[in-house]
Design a protein around this ligand. Structure first.
Ligand SMILES: Nc1ncnc2c1ncn2[C@@H]1O[C@H](COP(=O)(O)OP(=O)(O)OP(=O)(O)O)[C@@H](O)[C@H]1O
Length: 303
């Protein structure tokens, strides 16, 4: 299955929130929808869910307009929408019924999900006695109850402690492995990087960058190297004095020296000169921008 959003425009009154937004994602993959606060991520996810209509553009599944009666979508909304005073087991049963599940099937699915999320002990408790992060896990269980084909997660990691974040990450990775199509928004680049092949960065209502993270990384010019050395100062001095013909810029921060080469093919020449001097190096690696660096580059001062 391939989900595509095509040329989406959406305004709220005078405010043009989404401007010609297009991206796609396939079953068995996750796409991270990234962007600064107010960039339009939740609006985009709600349009896919059918909560809002787009002003123009379409949401397509395998090239046809999405038919939400036949495609099961699980949604973890940003504002959690559960009943604080209701017993968790009953609450899951209720949402399962809304999704058209028969009671025995719902009981089985709810028990299995609570177990997987390490929440079984809370089944008989009211929601409001749970911590914020644990309430969120219940909300995730609701999203997963009917074994959806498409899973839409809006800020799933917010408020989770590192252990719960790990559980969520493992659950999502398992679901991707089972062929689910996952779309999520997040400000946490490390999780995005771990289980998304693709990203789409929204900025000022437009897609500023989209594609496979690995390819985006490789597209950066590979002429910056990072050297790590217990004698970083000496390395820095040597480069300034003896390698200025093949380098453009050198910066040192504690044990790390970052060198911008005159061109990418000067990498081995620099390494050779350093080796000839027998300078003590712990590491010599081409610098690859982190997703965080890429995010900042594409969202800073472009709104
Ligand atoms: N129902 C609405 N009516 C009017 N304006 C809205 C509505 N929903 C969202 N907006 C506006 O649209 C813009 C985008 O909001 P949205 O919630 O989609 O951003 P976001 O990228 O999810 O932000 P955050 O990272 O802070 O959650 C904001 O300026 C917001 O105020």
């Amino acid at each position: 299955m391939r989900l595509e959003v095509k040329n989406i425009h959406k305004s709220f009154g005078e405010k043009h929130v989404l401007n010609d937004v297009s991206f796609g994602v396939e079953s068995g993959q996750a796409l991270g929808l990234l962007g600064r606060n107010g960039a339009g991520k939740t609006t985009m996810l709600r349009i896919i869910m059918g909560v809002f209509d787009a002003d123009s553009g379409g949401v397509l599944v395998d090239g046809q307009p999405i038919d939400r009666r036949h495609i099961k979508i699980g949604y973890l909304p940003e504002e959690r929408g559960l009943y604080p005073k209701k017993i968790i087991r009953d609450q899951l049963q209720y949402f399962a019924a809304l999704k058209g599940m028969a009671a025995p099937e719902a009981r089985k699915a709810a028990a299995a999900l609570l177990e997987r999320l390490e929440m079984s002990e809370y089944a008989g408790k009211k929601l409001d006695v749970l911590s914020k992060g644990n309430q969120q896990k219940i909300q995730l269980a609701v999203a997963l109850l009917n074994n959806p084909d498409i899973l839409i997660l809006d800020e799933p990691f917010s408020g989770l402690d590192p252990v719960n974040a790990m559980i969520l990450k493992d659950v999502v990775t398992e679901l991707i492995g089972k062929g689910k199509l996952v779309l999520f928004s997040s400000h946490q680049m490390n999780y995005t990087e771990e289980f998304c092949r693709d990203i789409a960065i929204l900025n000022g209502g437009r897609i500023a960058l989209s594609g496979a993270i690995r390819e985006i990384r490789r597209s950066y010019e590979r002429r910056t190297v990072v050297l790590s050395s217990p004698e970083a100062e000496k390395v820095e001095r040597f480069i300034a004095g003896q390698a200025s013909d093949i380098t453009e810029k050198t910066e040192r921060r504690q044990d790390a020296v970052t060198v911008t080469l005159a061109s990418a093919d000067k990498k081995m020449a620099l390494l050779k000169r350093l080796a000839e001097q027998e300078l003590n190096l712990d590491a010599f690696a081409v610098y690859e921008p982190s997703l965080n660096d890429i995010f900042v580059e594409y969202t800073e001062a472009r709104i």
